[in-house]
Design a protein around this ligand. Structure first.
Ligand code: PLP
Length: 377
């Protein structure tokens, strides 16, 4: 099956009982047993629900892995994956990971004894230098949020294998439409499905795909024990979103390419961060490992005041957290998504007060460019 076909026919499609072409919403918590243990595959909806199961099969197929899991948010998914580790274990992470990932590692999981080190994984030698005897995994976000840095997944996975570590990839920005980390050697792929996979700013969800039966059993045990599952209605909304992922991603990319051209030549813009630009330091890696560069762009307008003016002047870019939806969104990472990262750390990373991030939507690109042009003026 090719990629757009798989989005529509992957996993479990329709309902064999009625012929309904869409998987029904099984709004149910428990299932009748014909005697103790005599059930039809489902006992209790925390453990398994048919609508969630259909979504989990679909993401497993799309990421070309062994098993899929749906959680109540991206953070619930990330936390469940980290629960695979024990007190005393160490994880190496990309330095400009999503602020919430940084927060859960440094303010919650650290209290349970899970250590973390944040390094610039776009240079894989930084990973090797930080491997310790208790290191258990490399956690990569690529492209990163908000600086769009790229890590070579194949190289990181090769290094991880050499040292007996797991490779975990946050694939939120690329989605399996553009990038399939398991085919590049990763063990676990996860998503804030709230973003492109859902695509319509109407659901908060997290998805995980693992590449082995052992990881599948371990993660299922954690999911069932800790309970951060996705409900049936949200599972259904995600499946509906995923059906159009291909055409949406193609269009996001096309609009983004034109906006990047415009920004790169605008005198008020100091710097543009986009992996599709030939001048991007990891452009060649991005080209090698992904089929597209995505719809996220960051650019620096030089100061917090200028960034504020821009945010207050745009008409079609909604000022909001989040990304990956049909509507264009704009945000100021230093004050919004990355506010939980201390200022000194943000500055070290290059997340300046004048850095603006846009998630390019599916509006007419001419309207978006005209809007940015008047706001930059
Ligand atoms: C790259 C990335 N990973 C994880 C998350 C967390 O996901 P959620 O907001 O669905 O909990 C986000 C949220 O913005 C994100 O951008």
């Amino acid at each position: 099956m090719r990629r757009k076909t798989k989005l529509i026919h992957g996993g479990i499609s329709g309902d064999p009982h009625t012929g309904a072409v869409s998987v029904p919403i099984y709004q149910v918590s428990t299932y009748k047993q014909e005697g103790i243990g005599g059930h039809k595959g489902f006992e209790y909806s925390r453990t398994g629900n048919p609508t969630r199961h259909a979504l989990e099969q679909l993401i497993k197929d799309l990421e070309e892995g062994h098993a899929g899991f749906a959680f109540s948010s991206g953070m619930a998914a990330i936390t469940a994956v980290m629960m695979l580790f024990n007190s005393g274990d160490h994880v190496i992470l990309t330095d400009d990971v999503y602020g919430g990932t940084y927060r859960v590692m440094t303010k919650v999981l650290n209290r349970l004894g899970i250590e973390s080190t944040f390094v610039d994984t776009s240079d894989v030698t930084n990973i090797e230098k930080n491997i310790k005897p208790n290191t258990k995994a490399i956690y990569i976000e690529t492209p990163t949020n908000p600086l769009l840095k790229i890590t070579d997944i194949q190289e990181a996975a090769r290094l991880a294998k050499k040292h007996g570590l797991l490779t975990i990839v946050d694939n939120t920005f690329s989605t399996p439409y553009w990038q399939t980390p398991i085919t590049l050697g990763a063990d676990i792929v996860l998503h804030s499905a709230t973003k492109y996979l859902g695509g319509h700013s109407d659901v908060v969800a997290g998805l995980v795909v693992v590449n082995s039966e052992q990881l599948a059993q371990d993660l299922h045990f954690i999911q069932n024990s800790t309970g951060g599952i996705l409900g049936p209605h949200d599972s259904w909304l995600l499946m509906r979103g995923i059906k159009t992922l291909g055409i949406r991603m193609e269009e996001h990319e096309e609009n983004t390419r034109k906006i990047v051209e415009f920004l790169a030549s605008h005198p008020a813009v100091k710097k543009v961060y986009y992996p599709g630009l030939e001048s991007h330091p990891n452009h060649e890696v991005a080209k090698k490992q992904a089929r597209g560069f995505g719809g996220m762009v960051s650019f620096d307008v030089g100061s917090a005041e200028k960034a504020d003016q821009l945010l207050n002047s745009v008409k079609y870019f909604t000022l909001a957290e989040s990304l990956g939806a049909v509507e264009s969104l704009i945000s100021l990472p230093a004050k919004m998504t990355h506010a939980s990262i201390p200022k000194e750390r943000r500055e070290e990373l290059g997340i300046t007060d004048g850095l603006v991030r846009i998630s390019v939507g599916l509006e007419d690109v001419e309207d978006l460019i005209e809007d940015l042009a008047q706001a930059l003026k």
